[in-house]
Design a protein around this ligand. Structure first.
Ligand SMILES: [Zn+2]
Ligand SMILES: [Zn+2]
Length: 168
């Protein structure tokens, strides 16, 4: 009887101790600090999503959706964003587009008529659109010759300069 009474008292003390702890100022302080860091971390993760999305997403609606996902659900949203975000930065995409454009332009100028800008083949002797003479043909094999060539590379016939033609 006496023993049972003591056990009950101890249980009450232990439980009361926990209850006191959870209602004590220490517990409240710990809880508040924990919540404070949770909110800071939540805000930081949302801000990170905003910063990252701005560098990857051009469309304002998609950007707003990404930011909303960064805010809610907390922590899970930024994680989901990381899985589904565009793999490249906008500046990299832009740079690559410029490079492709530059390559296309350099290819384009090589095969265009200098007068009307029509696309011409490198073997054309004249522009089919504006009839501008593009290249001389070899006297013997009729192959198109570059302006600097002194001899036809296909049949070894010397190229006649316009002055030589005048002398004949
Ligand atoms: Zn032309
Ligand atoms: Zn030739």
């Amino acid at each position: 009887m006496h023993l049972a009474q003591t056990t009950t008292d101890t249980n009450d003390d232990l439980f009361g101790g926990f209850k006191d702890f959870f209602h004590s100022g220490t517990w409240l302080a710990i809880r508040n600090v924990f919540l404070f860091f949770l909110v800071i971390f939540w805000a930081a993760s949302a801000y990170w999503v905003y910063k990252d999305a701005r560098r990857r997403i051009e469309d304002p609606w998609l950007l707003a959706m990404a930011v909303a996902l960064g805010i809610f659900p907390p922590f899970l949203g930024p994680l989901l964003y990381m899985f589904f975000r565009p793999p490249e930065y906008l500046e990299d995409v832009h740079e690559r587009e410029l490079e492709i454009k530059a390559i296309e332009e350099s290819l384009g100028t090589a095969d265009r008529c200098p007068v009307c800008r029509a696309v011409v083949d490198s073997t054309f002797l004249a522009c089919p659109v504006c009839t501008t003479k593009l290249k001389e043909a070899c006297r013997r094999c009729k192959a198109p010759l570059e302006p600097l060539w002194q001899i036809c590379p296909y049949c070894e016939t010397p190229v006649e300069s316009p002055r030589a033609v005048g002398n004949l």
